[in-house]
Design a protein around this ligand. Sequence first.
Ligand code: NAD
Ligand code: TDX
Length: 402
Amino acid sequence: MRSHANGKNVDGLIDYFDSHVKIILKRALVSSCGFENHWFLITMACFWFLGPNGGAVQLNNKMQELFVTGGAGFIGSAFVRTLLDETDWHITNFDALTYAGNLDNLKDIDSSRHHFVHGNITDAGAVLAALPEGTEAIVNFAAESHVDRSITSAAEFLQTNILGTQVLLDAARARGVKRFIQVSTDEVMGSLPEDENAYFTEQSAFAPNSPYAASKAAAEHLVRAAHHTFGLDTVITRCGNNYGPRQFPEKFLPLAISNALNEDPIPVYGDGRNVRDWIYVDDHCRAIMLAMEKGKSGAVYNVGARNERRNIDVVGSLLDALGKPRSLINFVKDRPGHDRRYAMDPRLIESELGWRPRETWETGLKKTIEWYQQNTRWIERTRSGAYQDYYRAQYGKEVSAT
Ligand code: NAD
Ligand code: TDX
């Protein structure tokens, strides 16, 4: 796969040098052999165009086909945007449009290179029907992704996150898809001690503590098994807490921003001292792109921006940024089994693939807050209807729909 960084410019340069080198070599051949030795020239020309180096030449400007699942959700839609912006690739975006999937998240993108298919990853027939011939890679974002919902009911998590992943692995093998990328989470490794200088590495043991985390851990095992047993080319990325535009407001940061904008109380679980390792969503997406293109087959890469923060400090920062009072903070009953601390050691992806986050907490939070301030209609739509029922059941009270 070719490098995505400034892909169009790099391709242009390669094309330029490639065509000029060809011309120079052909001229040298003609002058050294003479026109009469045309068989030699024809043989050399065939070797040039069809020979073993042809694969490298053909990569230039060749449209790559990608199958993205869950691309109408928060991270998946950011990935689709980033990929369309930074490469020439074509994407088939396969999404069941659950409560978390939202076609508004895909508004204004280049529709000539993006094909949306409404479908469920647990439906093998639908997946195979939608998977284009010659698909270069499957990137699996599709998941039930909210820990609190998994505590209320785990069934959908097992269906989508475990069985759905196996369906995709089988489809990848059946169709000869070159690479399978599983988007996983730090939560598979459980909770770190609060006061110790401990970090999750790629070698950390699995210790999932919620049904969500357990389902993501099971999915990772299936990906690993497909690599080990069938030789499928797989890469797993594990990331911490993402934040940014278009995150469904059941997750802590968008929930807190939406509530703060309406001056509704912000529910903080327990003592608010749980630590999460926050990363701006586009930085995560670029890490996935790099892992997809350059990651080692069978590898796992931890993705983190070295940005640990306590929940109470996160709320504090955003209330200050919005000019809202701290009195909006409302300590509520803790989440059962609440993991105390997540912290990623990203040294492998940094050293092996050269990945670095572009956003700091300050720039990322500013962008995020501005997006929610400017997209009140999006918040209104996502917080109407079923969201109100969810909020009442989860927090035992009403919240503004706007
Ligand atoms: P999200 O809930 O915002 O989006 C999930 C998307 O998957 C939605 O568009 C939904 O419609 C789709 N989907 C759900 N079930 C499906 C099914 N059966 N078939 C097809 N599509 C289905 O989630 P997100 O926050 O964007 O997370 C994306 C992925 O990244 C998930 O796999 C999650 O585990 C992982 N992840 C998330 C975070 C985070 O902080 N949000 C961190 C690390 C890893
Ligand atoms: O109302 C809330 N109050 C609160 O204090 C909510 C919803 C959360 N919290 C706390 C719980 C966590 O310590 O905030 C922290 C973040 O919570 P979530 O946004 O629910 O994320 P988390 O449980 O940490 O999991 C997230 O990161 C890893 C994503 O939801 C997962 O999909 C991802 O895999």
